[in-house]
Design a protein around this ligand. Structure first.
Ligand SMILES: Nc1ncnc2c1ncn2[C@@H]1O[C@H](COP(=O)(O)OP(=O)(O)OP(=O)(O)O)[C@@H](O)[C@H]1O
Ligand SMILES: [Mg+2]
Length: 330
């Protein structure tokens, strides 16, 4: 069974001007299978939180549907099976951790008989035993994040939706959260989480869905990000004609131009010699050869920017074709 199914969801927001609105999600579709960890990756402003809020019924989509364990999202029964960690959670600062969790537990219908033991169990799971009597207002960012996770799993939900669970955590804190997520998965839970931290995605996820500009990308996979991110061979040259670059097309990942310099990103180590020789033979000059390891974040941003540029080109092309058709008709 699918734990979560998001089908062609669209969402627009009113812009500052009263009557205009802007589409933020353009038909987002994906699903999470029961028992898997599904990562939701995307740059700032891609639409992750908006999608998550729609799944939770905190926002209403304009189009499309969401189901939780095959039942419409928003139904009480579906909602009771979800645990949620918001991107910017709010906790009552004057309560201690234990008091706060007891409050959350009562809200989610945990019986008084079970409540104390359950709170103790969860406090221990998130590694805050020593802080259970401490007021939340004195908690560090990492402790707050663990508190958020504790309230999300307290009622033993089957589907966990975590919006940036690693944000603000040090390596130790990230490991704790990672271990908790893995343990939950081993106990049969489904976890859907957003993050910008690619190594955490890779270490944890069974699958990753990538969102860019309000649409799920089809052309970029996590595998590809890691493959390209492994090694970047960059040749800086001068005097490369467009014919030279065209001849080398199959050997190059990407070409950038700045002023008179051309930056050639070579696909594989073994192509370097061919590329350099061809540039020399056709009258070009090699200024620099660098073999670098870009950060995964950098690779990811390059890929999504490339995709954005080709989408914009396609849209410009279709707009100009439409214009031409209009002219032909008139
Ligand atoms: N209530 C709103 N009204 C108008 N625009 C909004 C609203 N909420 C979000 N947006 C816009 O929708 C887009 C997507 O925002 P969203 O918060 O979903 O992105 P995100 O992927 O979660 O980003 P981040 O990684 O920064 O958390 C942004 O351009 C944002 O400005
Ligand atoms: Mg967000």
């Amino acid at each position: 069974m699918e734990a979560l199914n998001v089908e062609r969801v669209k969402k627009s927001f009113r812009s500052d001007m009263m009557f205009s609105s802007k589409e933020i999600l353009h038909g987002v579709s994906f699903s999470a299978r029961e028992g898997e960890i599904l990562g939701f990756l995307g740059p700032n402003g891609a639409g992750k939180t908006t999608t998550i809020k729609i799944i939770l019924g905190l926002l209403r989509q304009d189009h499309g549907s969401v189901t939780i364990f095959d039942r419409p999202a928003g139904e009480k029964r579906s909602m009771s099976r979800i645990g949620y960690l918001p991107e910017n959670p709010f906790y009552y600062p004057h309560l201690s951790l234990k008091e706060f969790l007891e409050f959350c537990g009562r809200l989610s219908g945990i019986s008084n008989k079970k409540l104390d033991a359950r709170c103790e169990e969860i406090i221990s799971l998130v590694g805050l035993d020593r802080n259970k009597k401490q007021k939340i207002k004195s908690f560090s960012k990492g402790m707050l994040q663990r508190t958020g996770l504790a309230q999300a799993i307290l009622h033993d939900p089957d589907l966990l939706i975590l919006d940036e669970p690693f944000s603000g955590l040090d390596p130790g804190g990230r490991k704790t959260v990672r271990d908790i997520i893995l343990e939950l998965r081993n106990n049969g839970k489904t976890i859907f989480f957003s993050s910008h931290i690619l190594p955490d995605m890779e270490a944890l996820c069974d699958r990753t869905v990538i969102i860019n500009n309000g649409a799920i990308t089809k052309s970029i996979g996590l595998d590809e990000i890691f493959r390209i991110g492994e090694n970047r061979i960059e040749i800086t040259a001068r005097g490369c004609s467009s014919k030279t670059l065209d001849d080398l097309r199959d050997y190059l990942e990407r070409v950038d131009n700045k002023d008179e310099e051309t930056f050639l990103f070579v696909k594989k180590q073994e192509y370097i010699r061919t590329v350099i020789q061809h540039i020399y033979n056709s009258g070009g000059e090699i200024l620099k050869v660098a073999n670098e390891h870009p950060s995964l974040e950098e690779t990811f941003m390059n890929l999504v920017n490339g995709e954005k540029a080709s989408a914009e080109k396609a849209s410009e092309k279709s707009n100009s074709e439409n214009e031409m058709k209009k002219e032909e008709v008139s």
